[in-house]
Design a protein around this ligand. Structure first.
Ligand code: DGT
Ligand code: CA
Ligand code: CA
Length: 572
């Protein structure tokens, strides 16, 4: 039945025109068409075949033509035209119950709302109640609508690893609190440090059913989907993510951990290897005939198959099985190897920590050095620094380095915009005066990005390219950039590429970071910190590096200060 599709299309056209503030008569014509197709008892294809579309009551020549076009080509020109110039995030908000296009237009035009987060902030603004056409009741309804929308979106939705992390930490400590004394492991995509996670898979060692009973009562859960003797599934309240918990006896814990860590393709390979040796592997253990020969711990399972243990981040069937069989699994980079963070914003631009506060946090974290890389002149939205301010900031860094005796050593840096015309936002003599320079695209996402980044890499003072593809996970595709070309050119120009550890970016991603590593391009794992808690995001960047199979020497900021500085092309 195409009727439903047509109804939806016409409704979306009406919404889009309404958002644009177009002629109400036109809008109403599309709304009416949407209603008609929603209620049409006969399939539209029948009308099409009999050439009687125009005879449907209420359908005029214009709409009939568009319906024909859609049936014949699968497209509707008018639809594409209506959608032009409206951001996907704005359209997405129309899926919120209780929020129609008229109201959304007010939020968009009068309160600058561009996405759901903006909308929630605007709903809390005091002046909103006074605004004509708003009022308490309406605001409350929209809030409820957002909640509903979240629930609907909850199904099949994926969550950013950084969103899931605090939930997992909380569950871990609650489990310990109810007497889960033995091994507790989070497996699945979370253990593999995938950038997004579909659900949380937890294993608890033991056979005490009480654990399950107490688990489902944790206050952070909204409801229980299922609870048995060895397994429970619940929904977390704030995010609606599903959590599966399994109680596993000690003798099977290792094989359960291996099985539920996945990935599925990795498991298939490992099972084949077991088979080829006349063994059987499942979540209960590794068996020779009836006899269990491994399974209490994960390493034992791999070893009994002639394999070395494989770090979970590598388990995607991307060559790790072969490496393991050949005993060539590398010692991957760890968070404890990181000696400093090179991409940090201070109060000089859009960060909310002073350089002194940043230095103190870095010292507590055991960092040897930090790079204060505030935005440059053109980044007006982020209070980019003009040259005078940059110089003043550099003086402050000199003084703080004296005060802290270089512990940690504060590096003078900047995140310099690569402008739309391909030039950099500071002149060379300024770039030269800094210890380290990060260049990045923040504007002109469609304008020759590859060429502009390559030109930036040719500059002898550009050391690092930040977030090279510009993607925001689940929000934005990234610039129109030929990343392989950029990686190759980074190799030629001795430029370092960033793995931006902020969990909405993770850019470069695992695949591109791996390509860079294979080509001998050095990477830097940076947090792009703007506030205190963001320092901890380093673990997500390290997760990406591990998924890319990278070792310590691939990562610039695992090197001690002097060696790190020697890696920069300006010093080489
Ligand atoms: P997700 O939750 O979509 O982010 O991804 P995963 O990898 O956590 O997948 P999930 O939660 O469906 O299952 C957890 C692990 O359990 C999965 O990585 C491998 C294992 N597993 C689940 N179902 C199967 C299966 O049918 N065959 C095999 N070999 N492994 C499975
Ligand atoms: Ca999972
Ligand atoms: Ca699962």
């Amino acid at each position: 039945m195409r009727n439903k599709e047509l109804s939806n299309i016409f409704e979306r056209i009406a919404d889009a025109l309404e958002l644009k503030g177009e002629n109400p008569f036109k809008i109403n014509a599309y709304k009416k068409a949407s209603r008609i197709f929603k209620e049409l008892p006969e399939d539209i294809e029948v009308y099409y075949k009999n050439n009687t579309i125009q005879e449907i009551k209420g359908i005029g020549e214009g709409i009939a033509k568009k319906v024909k076009e859609y049936i014949e080509t699968g497209k509707m020109h008018k639809y594409d035209e209506a959608m032009k110039g409206i951001k996907p995030e704005v359209l997405e908000m129309l899926n919120i119950p209780q929020l129609g296009p008229k109201t959304l237009k007010i939020f968009k035009d009068k309160f600058g709302v561009r996405n759901l987060q903006d909308l929630e902030i605007a709903l809390n603004a005091r002046e909103l109640e006074e605004f004509p056409g708003m009022g308490k009741k309406k605001i409350e309804n929209i809030r409820k609508g957002i909640e509903l929308y979240r629930q609907l979106k909850g199904k099949g939705r994926r969550y950013l690893i950084g969103e899931v992390y605090p939930i997992v930490n909380r569950i871990n400590s609650l489990l310990k609190g109810i007497g889960a004394k033995h091994r507790i492991e989070i497996c699945g995509s979370f253990r593999r440090m995938k950038e997004t996670v579909g659900d949380i898979d937890i294993l608890v060692e033991g056979e005490d059913e009480d654990i399950i009973k107490k688990f489902v009562q944790f206050p952070l859960f909204e409801r229980t989907l299922a609870a048995g003797k060895t397994k429970a599934s619940v929904i977390e309240d704030a995010t609606k993510i599903q959590i599966d918990l399994r109680l596993v006896p000690s003798i099977s814990f290792g094989s359960a951990l291996q099985y539920f860590t996945g990935s599925k393709p990795h498991n298939m390979r490992v099972r084949e290897i077991a088979k080829s040796r006349g063994l059987k592997l499942n979540e209960y253990g590794l068996f020779k005939g009836e006899k269990q020969i491994a399974g209490t711990n994960e390493e034992g399972v791999y070893n009994a198959l002639g394999m070395d243990w494989i770090p979970p981040e590598m388990r995607e069937d991307r060559g790790e099985v072969e490496l393991s069989l050949a005993h060539k699994i590398p010692r991957l980079v760890e968070t404890s190897d990181i000696k400093g963070d090179l991409h940090i914003h201070s109060t000089y631009s859009d960060g909310n920590l002073t350089i002194e506060e940043i230095a103190e946090i870095a010292r507590e974290m055991g960092y040897e050095y930090i790079g204060i890389s505030d935005h440059s002149i053109s980044a007006k939205y982020a209070r980019g620094l003009n040259i005078e301010t940059l110089k003043r900031k550099n003086c402050e860094i000199d003084e703080l380095n004296k005060k802290f005796k270089g512990k940690p050593y504060i590096l003078k840096s900047a995140e310099v915009d690569i402008l739309s015309n391909g030039t950099l936002d500071y002149p060379d003599e300024i770039l030269k005066s800094l210890d380290i320079v990060i260049a990045a695209v923040h504007q002109g996402f469609k304008k020759n990005v590859t060429k502009r980044i390559m030109e930036a890499m040719e500059n002898p003072y550009v050391d690092i390219i930040a977030h090279p593809t510009g993607r925001l996970i689940g929000k934005r595709e990234g610039y129109d950039v030929d990343i392989e070309k950029v990686i190759n050119y980074a190799g030629e120009t001795n430029t370092i590429l960033e793995i931006n550890a902020y969990y909405e970016r993770l850019d470069l991603n695992d695949i591109n970071a791996r390509i860079a590593g294979e080509k001998g391009v050095m990477l830097a794992i940076n947090t792009d910190t703007h506030s205190k808690f963001m320092f901890n995001n380093i673990i997500f960047g390290v997760g990406i590096a591990k998924r890319a199979g990278l070792v310590k020497d691939n990562i610039l900021n695992t090197y001690p200060l002097n060696k790190m500085l020697k890696q920069l092309k300006r010093n080489g």
